[in-house]
Design a binder for this molecule. Structure first.
Ligand code: SME
Length: 165
């Protein structure tokens, strides 16, 4: 049995440190990308409070053979399956390779509402060999839920996953 339940009183920095350690332990030596993304999505859900969605979109192909984001393992309500590169918060992170921290999703041009409850969002690219291979998407029902410390914690996790998903 894996029991990675964090102490609710943890400070964010310690919370993200423990999340990283747990993700490292669970994915180390496991070559199956889907298994690793599924476990990391579940860990994020356990460790990061006040989320209504946490998971992955991977770079895949559309019917014309061009890149687009395709839904991967997640925790939360069923979500949009395919997102064009450059569209919405996830597509912007994938196009730019830069973390997107959105305090108010309603003010973000092109935001894609998968769950009407979402108010703020953090999307972090996962890179391999200098290219974006996936994004990690966190949604919260609270406005301005995410701060720089969340972005830095998730970026460190994303760096760990570059060759594990
Ligand atoms: N809101 C995202 C779409 C993905 S869902 O939130 C799970 C976006 O604008 O890219």
């Amino acid at each position: 049995m894996y029991d990675f339940k964090p102490d609710p009183a943890l400070e964010p920095a310690e919370r993200y440190r423990q999340l990283y350690e747990a993700a490292d332990a669970l994915t180390s030596g496991e070559p199956d990308a889907i298994a690793n993304m599924a476990n990391v999505a579940a860990l994020i859900w356990e460790f990061v409070p006040d989320l209504n969605w946490a998971g992955f979109y991977r770079i895949g192909k559309n019917s014309g053979g061009s890149d687009e984001l395709v839904l991967g393992p997640f925790v939360g309500r069923p979500a949009c399956i395919r997102i064009p590169i450059g569209r919405g918060v996830c597509g912007s992170a994938a196009a730019s390779g830069i973390t997107q921290l959105v305090e108010d999703v309603h003010a973000f041009p092109g935001h894609i509402a998968c769950d009407a409850a979402s108010r703020s969002e953090l999307v972090v690219p996962v890179m391999r060999g200098g290219s974006v291979i996936a994004v990690i998407d966190l949604d919260s029902p609270e406005p301005a839920r995410f701060a720089d410390e969340d972005a830095r914690g998730m970026e460190r996790l994303a760096a760990l996953l570059g060759d594990r998903i």
